[in-house]
Ligand binder design. Structure first.
Ligand code: AMP
Ligand code: GLY
Length: 423
C-alpha cells in the first residue's frame, strides 16, 4: 500500500513513523516532509498549501490512501480534491474543516447546540467592537475569525490593549482576511487539556489526553509559541471529567456537525479548559495537534492505518482504539530566539534511540547528507515510560544527547502535570 502524508512538521513525522508499523505499508510519500522525515518517507518539494500541486503529484504517482494533517490544506479543500480523484483520505472535507477555519462558525455551532464554551460576541467592524469593549470586563479575549498561524488569540489586560488588538486585526489586517470578523470573548480560567479524537462522523473515540506548554520560557512565561513540549496523559483529565466531556462536548459536537450537513471525518481536536463551572471548549482544531501528536501516538497500541481506514470508510468503533497504560513526554528543541528571530543552518547530531525513545524532526533539511536546522522548532525528543516522572526523565536525557548550535529548550516540561498528581 502506498500512503501519502501531506505536511512536514514533527506531527507528520510522528504520524509517518506510526503508519510505518503497518506491514501493508510499502511506501510513504511526504509533501513536503523535511530532512528528518526523509529517513522514513520519500519527500517531494510540494508545499502543503499547494492543493493543485498535491493533486498533480497524485495524478503521476500511485497513491492508495492519503492523510492530510495541517490546517491550511484541510481548510482549502485538499481532501475534497483528492477524493474527486478517487483517493481514500483521512481528514475532514472543506465544509467540516471550517470548525477550525472559522471561529465565528464554531462559536455559532456551540451556541446553537448548547455546547459549553466562553460567552462571546462577534463583530464585523472595529468601531462596534471598541465601543463594546469600553464597557467590558478585563482581561478580555480577542480572537480573529480565521486561521492566523496560531497567533490569532490576544488576551487584553485592559481597554488600551484591547483597542490596539482590535485595530491591528481589523484595520491593519495583520492576519489578512482572517481578521474580517472578530470574537470578543469572556476570559476563562482553569487547567487546559488537549483531547484529540478519531471520528467517522457518527462515532467519536477520544485518544489519550495531553497537556501542551505553549509559552517559550519556563513557568509559562515568555511569548506564545507553537508548543514547547507536551505530556500525556493529562492528570487533570480524570475519568469523571472524560465522561462529562463525552456527554456534553464530544458527542454533541460530532452530532451537531452531522446535523449541519458537515459530517466531520478525521481527527477532531478539542482544546478544553476545566473551569470552576465545568469543562468548556476553548477551540476546535480540525487535525492532530502539534506537539500533542508526538506524545499521543507513541502510546497508541492499535494500528494507526487500520483506524484511519475505518474512519475513512465510516466504520470506526471504540474497540479499534487502544492505548498503553504508561505516559509520554515530548521536549521540543528550538532555535534560540524562536518564536521571534533566530538563526538556522546548523548541523544537528542525533543519538541512536531505543524502543521507548523517539526523535521527531520538525524544522530541518538535509545538505550533503548532513542534517541542518531550518526552522524555529527543530525537533521533539520523546520518552515513553510506565509513569510520567520516568517519561519526563527519559525525554530530557534523550534531549541532552542531541546537539546543534543555538539549541534552546524549556527545562520544566511536565512539572505542572507532576504537581497536579501530587508528585
Ligand atoms: P489558540 O491560539 O486558539 O490555541 O489559543 C491560545 C490560548 O489562548 C489558549 O491555549 C488559551 O490559553 C488562551 N485562550 C483562548 N481563549 C481563551 C478564553 N476564552 N479564556 C482564557 N484563555 C483563553
Ligand atoms: N498544540 C496546539 C495545536 O496544535 O494547535
Amino acid at each position: 500500500m502506498k500512503v501519502l502524508v501531506v505536511g512536514g512538521g514533527g506531527r507528520e513525522h510522528a504520524v509517518i513513523k506510526s503508519l510505518k508499523k503497518n506491514k501493508k505499508v510499502e511506501k510513504i510519500y511526504a509533501l513536503p516532509g523535511n530532512g528528518g522525515i526523509a529517513k522514513d518517507a520519500e519527500c517531494f518539494p510540494v508545499k502543503a498549501t499547494d492543493v493543485e500541486g498535491i493533486v498533480d503529484f497524485v495524478k503521476t504517482h500511485s497513491v492508495d490512501f492519503a492523510v492530510v494533517t495541517p490546517d491550511d490544506p484541510l481548510v482549502l479543500g485538499c481532501v475534497d480534491a483528492l477524493e474527486e480523484l478517487g483517493i481514500a483520505c483521512f481528514g475532514p472535507r472543506k465544509n467540516a474543516a471550517i470548525i477550525e477555519g472559522s471561529k465565528v462558525f464554531s462559536k455559532d455551532l456551540m451556541q446553537k447546540y448548547g455546547i459549553p464554551t466562553a460567552h462571546s460576541k462577534t463583530f464585523t467592524n472595529a468601531e462596534d467592537a471598541i465601543e463594546y469593549l469600553k464597557a467590558g470586563d478585563f482581561p478580555a479575549v480577542i480572537k480573529a475569525d480565521g486561521l492566523a498561524l496560531g497567533k490569532g488569540v490576544i488576551i487584553a489586560q485592559n481597554f488600551e490593549e484591547a483597542k490596539s488588538a482590535v485595530c491591528e486585526i481589523m484595520c491593519d489586517k495583520i492576519f489578512g482576511a482572517s481578521g474580517n470578523s472578530i470574537l470578543v470573548e469572556e476570559f476563562l480560567t482553569g487547567p487546559e487539556v488537549s483531547v484529540l479524537s478519531f471520528t467517522d462522523g457518527n462515532t467519536v473515540v477520544p485518544m489519550v489526553s495531553s497537556m501542551d506548554h505553549k509559552r517559550a520560557r519556563d513557568n509559562d512565561e515568555g511569548l506564545n509559541t507553537g508548543g514547547m513540549g507536551t505530556v500525556a496523559p493529562n492528570p487533570y483529565f480524570t475519568e469523571e471529567i472524560a465522561r462529562e466531556c463525552m456527554e456534553k462536548i464530544f458527542l454533541p459536537t460530532v452530532r451537531a456537525m452531522k446535523s449541519e450537513g458537515r459530517t466531520f471525518k478525521g481527527c477532531l481536536y478539542f482544546g478544553l479548559m476545566l473551569t470552576p463551572k465545568g469543562p468548556k471548549v476553548i477551540e476546535y482544531n480540525c487535525r492532530f495537534g502539534d506537539p500533542e501528536t508526538q506524545v499521543v501516538l507513541p502510546l497508541l497500541e492499535s494500528d494507526l492505518l487500520e483506524i484511519m481506514t475505518a474512519v475513512s470508510e465510516e466504520r470506526l468503533s471504540p474497540d479499534m482504539v487502544k492505548f498503553k497504560k504508561g505516559a509520554a513526554c515530548c521536549v521540543v528543541l528550538a532555535s534560540d530566539g524562536y518564536p521571534k528571530k533566530y538563526e538556522s543552518g546548523f548541523e544537528i547530531t542525533l543519538p541512536e534511540t531505543n524502543g521507548d525513545e523517539e526523535i521527531y524532526v520538525a524544522g530541518a533539511r538535509t545538505e550533503d547528507e548532513k542534517l541542518l536546522t531550518s526552522g524555529g522548532r527543530v525537533l521533539g525528543a520523546v520518552g515513553v515510560a510506565d509513569d510520567l516522572k520516568s517519561a519526563i526523565a527519559k525525554a530530557y536525557a534523550l534531549s541532552d544527547k542531541i546537539h546543534f548550535k543555538n539549541a534552546y529548550k524549556r527545562s520544566d516540561i511536565g512539572q505542572r502535570a507532576l504537581k497536579a498528581k501530587g508528585e
